[in-house]
Write a protein that binds this ligand. Structure first.
Ligand code: GLN
Length: 269
């Protein structure tokens, strides 16, 4: 079977087929484009067919190839971690802008390490701590930090727990925020992602409530917290930030114009 035959006969989205074939064959995209007549050896052909079958069954491309690009970093991903999504880059951009020189950042529920690593890459002056409750996910994050030679402090535990009384200049989190009964959980990639990274109780806000309530005890004066949430949750998350005594509370839109992260500043009298 040739490259072009494999791609034409896959029956899946051609862009996805190219990613799977690149992974299965070791041919780069450029090689496949320039030489559609190249033959695949049996190992590559078998690997491609089995990846296509799994993709047809709904498995996310990122898990099939073990990798996803996020904010200019190629990150290892396994089914133990949420697949990094473009909208989460907003949290990275906020942290990069709001971290003072030589400041400290905590990323709560780091998963693959996407946010923590991306911030550290852009802001090597900052000290970055990444917290994760899942030991398996923490392994993935550590592997990503080694892969990109980024120095991150990793801590095992839930939200602020392993940080004891430490305070930070910026706290960021992309916590689970999907409501328990949300029909999206039965669709697309979400079916294969860890529920513990997706579901935040009946209204989706259980974990955000915990994080926001504890935030004032972990922010330096003038420090910021930025939390990702779902579409339509921004009013409630701003309320929670206000109730916790945070100031300058606002929500920022993602590229699609959806209020996607909400932020607040710790500025006690
Ligand atoms: N953004 C994800 C989704 O709705 C949810 C991620 C999360 O809960 N943190 O697909």
């Amino acid at each position: 079977m040739t490259v072009v035959e494999a791609l034409a006969g896959s029956g899946i989205d051609v862009a996805e087929a190219r990613i799977l074939l690149e992974h299965a064959s070791g041919f780069s995209r450029a090689t496949m484009a320039a030489h559609p007549e190249y033959f695949l050896n049996d190992v590559a052909a078998d690997a491609f067919s089995s990846a296509v079958a799994r993709r047809r069954n709904g498995e996310p491309v990122a898990y099939l190839v073990g990798e996803r690009e996020f904010h200019s970093l190629a990150l290892n991903v396994t089914p133990e971690v949420l697949i990094p999504r473009p909208e989460t880059e907003l949290l990275v951009d906020f942290a990069i802008d709001f971290l003072p020189r030589g400041g400290t950042l905590a990323d709560l529920g780091t998963g693959s390490g996407a946010i923590a690593l991306s911030v550290k890459l852009q802001r090597p002056d900052a000290s970055v701590s990444a917290v994760e409750r899942s030991a398996a996910a923490l392994e993935v994050a550590r592997a990503n930090a080694s892969r990109h030679r980024l120095e991150i402090e990793f801590l095992h535990g839930s939200w602020f727990d392993p940080l004891a009384a430490r305070r930070f200049d910026v706290v960021v989190s992309n916590p689970p925020y999907v409501a328990e009964g949300d029909r999206h959980l039965a669709q697309g990639d979400l079916r294969f992602e860890p529920r513990s990274a997706l579901v935040g109780g009946v209204d989706g806000l259980d974990e955000i409530r915990k994080i926001v309530a504890a935030a004032p005890g972990h922010l330096n004066r003038g420090g910021w917290i930025a939390i990702e949430h779902g579409q339509g949750q921004d009013d409630e998350v701003r309320n929670l930030l206000g109730q916790a005594g945070l100031e300058s509370v606002s929500s920022l839109p993602d590229l699609a114009g959806i209020a996607r992260i909400s932020v607040g500043k710790y500025n006690p009298e």
